[in-house]
Structures are given as structure tokens and as C-alpha cells.
Design a binder for this molecule. Structure first.
Ligand SMILES: Cc1ncc(COP(=O)(O)O)c(C=O)c1O
Length: 303
């Protein structure tokens, strides 16, 4: 289960701006890890599903929004590795045909339970969780897959990087990816997380809970590039994503990796990195969500 022989590629980015600022930038192409269990989802699901198998569970239950990459990846992973998957989806008005993400999850055999926004708030309540655990005898994976088992998987990204670097960056949604990266760094290195939703204070708390105290100072969350909140965007962001694709042939999504790269480039322009440093940006995947995004907003972003 979750066998893979090669590391994901580490691609050097050539750019006049990087030359001018004397910085090296690489993208760790986690988006290429698997066509369906993409990016950080592969890393976060790996030890969760291994644990579920060890516990003899046949059902995995998890949570997500209408366009959730985590729902898409869990459905695909459950199908591939022989689990029945249940997805608790935020939005009672939705159904399995509401968008390409839910359609595909349903096609992959995931049972979708649509709940109201107030009910969805119970997703972290111990009472509600134990009720569902008993009802379905399921292995429960939290929203976004972020728990201690996810940290173990995300840390493995670092084992594949053979060059020395100063900064490693990722988008932040539920915080597991940033916590996983920070927890494997050396003291001279820092993990920079770019918040994809408005959550100052809240995100720090979430990441802090997943991280042992000695690693707290190895991470920082940057809140300046959330574009007003989750899935919010503006023409500047869309233009940046299109230009980045035209220049480097690397697709970015407008919810996570697009905001991270936009923020990273802006900080490079504003001299937030000292000359001579090496930065690795983790491409956490999420390209499956672009179809739904294009459909909703009438855009033509490449996936
Ligand atoms: C493509 C993508 N990148 C980054 C993230 C953020 O990761 P995390 O939830 O671990 O903060 C997510 C999901 O939340 C995602 O789907």
C-alpha cells in the first residue's frame, strides 16, 4: 500500500527576478506523485490508511467541502486499497452531481453524506465522532487528513530532498502539511506556510497542536495572501497563475498553490529573503479542483 519507487521531481525555476535577487528556487513536484491521490494527500493518507488496515477497519470516514481535494483523494485511495469510503460533505443543498469533485468521488464509490453547515461544525466533537465511529465502525480521518499520522507521511517529503536549503514553503489549509514539514527541519531551516484562508491565530493554534514544542520556531504562517478567504480570488491572482503556466509549464490552482506562489514571488520582490538563499516550494497538487473552479467562475485555467 502506498508504494512508490522514485522521489517526486525537484525542478529548478529559472527566472530573471531570481537572478536579480541572487536566490535559488526549486519546486518539489508533489503534484506528480499520483494522478488521483495527488500531492500532500498521498503523504497525509499513507499512514492513516496503513493504520486503518492494521486495525482491521473496512470503512474510512472523513470530511470536506464541495470541492475538497482531500475528499477526491480519499475516495480514490479507498477504492485502490480496498476500503469503503464515507465522505461527510458540508452543504445540505449539494448532491453527487453538483460538481466534478463530488461526481468523481461518487464514481470512485464514496458514499456522500450531505450535512448542513451547523451540523458540519460537529466534525471535531468527540461525542459526534464516537457516535459515527460506532455506527459505521469506521476509521475516522479528520478534515484535510491532518493528524499525527499525516505528519509522519509529510515528513517523508524531506527525505527525498538531497540539496541543502534555507526555506521550504507550502500552502496552509488545515495545517498538517506545514506541521509535517516543520517537524523534519534542521535548526537553520524554516518552513513558511501561506494561509489560503483567513484564520490568523486559529491556524497558528491548529499547527501548534500538531507540532512538538521544539519545532514551533521552525515555522511561520504568512497571512497576507489569502485574497479575502477560502476560494476567494481576484484577477491579479488568476493572471499570475496563467503567466506562471506560460513561463514554466507548471499548473497552479487558485485555492492553494496559486496563492502560495503569488505570495512567494511578492515576498521575493519585496526583499524578504536574504541574497544567496535557497527556497523549495512544495507543489501540493490540488489540480483536480480546477475543473470545478473553471465551471463555477467561467475561467479557463490549465490543470
Ligand atoms: C492542494 C492543497 N494544498 C495544500 C493544502 C493545505 O494543506 P493542509 O490542509 O495540510 O494545511 C490542501 C488542503 O487543505 C490542498 O488541497
Amino acid at each position: 500500500m502506498f508504494e512508490k519507487s522514485d522521489p517526486t521531481p525537484l525542478v529548478a525555476i529559472e527566472d530573471e527576478l531570481l537572478q536579480e535577487k541572487n536566490l535559488k528556487l526549486y519546486i518539489k513536484r508533489e503534484d506528480l506523485i499520483d494522478p488521483e491521490i495527488s500531492g500532500n494527500k498521498w503523504r497525509k493518507l499513507k499512514y492513516n490508511l496503513i493504520k486503518a488496515k492494521e486495525q482491521g477497519k473496512e470503512i474510512v470516514l472523513t470530511f470536506g467541502g464541495a470541492y475538497s481535494n482531500h475528499i477526491a483523494a480519499t475516495a480514490a485511495a479507498a477504492k485502490r486499497f480496498g476500503f469503503h469510503a464515507i465522505g461527510v460533505i458540508r452543504g445540505e443543498e449539494l448532491n453527487e452531481n453538483s460538481n466534478p469533485t463530488l461526481r468523481k468521488a461518487h464514481e470512485n464509490g464514496m458514499q456522500l453524506l450531505f450535512v448542513s453547515r451547523p451540523d458540519y461544525m460537529f466534525r471535531t466533537s468527540p461525542h459526534w465522532l464516537s457516535m459515527h465511529q460506532q455506527e459505521y465502525s469506521a476509521f475516522i480521518i479528520p478534515e484535510g487528513g491532518s493528524n499525527h499520522l499525516a505528519i509522519q507521511g509529510v515528513k517523508e517529503i524531506l527525505n527525498e530532498i538531497e540539496i541543502d536549503f534555507d526555506y521550504i514553503t507550502c500552502p496552509v489549509g488545515t495545517g498538517g502539511t506545514l506541521a509535517g514539514l516543520a517537524s523534519g527541519l534542521h535548526p537553520h531551516q524554516k518552513a513558511l506556510g501561506f494561509a489560503s484562508l483567513s484564520g490568523e491565530g486559529y491556524l497558528e493554534k491548529e499547527v501548534g497542536q500538531l507540532l512538538s514544542p521544539e519545532f514551533h520556531s521552525r515555522k511561520e504562517i504568512i497571512h497576507d495572501y489569502d485574497f479575502g478567504g477560502y476560494a476567494k480570488h481576484d484577477p491579479k491572482l488568476i493572471e499570475f497563475i496563467q503567466e506562471f503556466y506560460n513561463k514554466h509549464q507548471i499548473a497552479l490552482d487558485p485555492i492553494y498553490t496559486g496563492k502560495m506562489m503569488y505570495g512567494l514571488y511578492d515576498r521575493i520582490k519585496k526583499d524578504k529573503f536574504e541574497s544567496g538563499k535557497t527556497i523549495i516550494a512544495v507543489h501540493t497538487g490540488g489540480l483536480q479542483g480546477i475543473a470545478g473552479f473553471n465551471e463555477k467562475y467561467g475561467l479557463e485555467l490549465k490543470a
